[in-house]
Design a protein around this ligand. Sequence first.
Ligand code: SIN
Length: 277
Amino acid sequence: MAMTIKPLSAVMAAEVTGADLTKLDRAMAKELSRALVEHLALCIRDQDLTPAQYGAAAHIFGAPKLQVLRGNRLAEVPEVSVISTTNEIGGDEPHVRATHWHTDDSYLAVPAKATMLYPRELPSAGGDTQFINCHAVLEAMPDALRRRIEGLRAVHVYRSRRAGAKVAVRTDVEREETPDVVHPLIRSHPESSRQALYINPNRIERVEGMDEAESDALLDELYAFAFEARFQYHHEWRLGDVVIWDNRCTMHRAMADFDIQEPRALHRVLLEGTVPV
Ligand code: SIN
């Protein structure tokens, strides 16, 4: 069957069928990398991968990196981490993590360029992942608001006073690896040169050079605009999907709308990125 790539919505994301990630030739791999820049997220359907095959498939798009939280890494393939309702946050109660809008890794000086997720167990209903196209947000932004943020930078921290979702407790080593960092509010995509709003509502502490009240007011205004439904794509998972998205120009969040006693577990790979400029 030939590989086909079809848009999943008018906002962003495309569906890839007819591709087996363990058997791609060079032309197909190149086409997938190109399609990721065009569509910002790809859902590659009908994959049946061991963790080692999944980790190997990530090389199609870049270099997998080790994730900060050691406890979530798979022992046999450490570049693959587990996201599940029963790990990470601590405590005995099952919990859905990453439920507030964010872009992965922005609390690092060199954030991941892309994230891949591959579900292993899904709830019987709900548990979607939602996305925002941050190129579209910036391109639709009123001129007056855009002029106010041109040239500004934001302080990203692991645990922000403004976080809307809980984050896992770090070990001392993990804390040392994650000092506060500063990134521009607008970044240029290194492959397409297109600009995008670069915000992480779960990790931004404040806008650099502003007092708390001024910074909070600007962030609230930016977030209200960016969260409008017209910029969103909602992905309804199927077992066999491998979804990859570009963190340089999108945000995402997990939906906590399912029976928390049902398992939801996904294997996650992050790909090395570059310093946002
Ligand atoms: C993530 O933020 O990396 C995970 C999103 C999800 O669980 O849907």
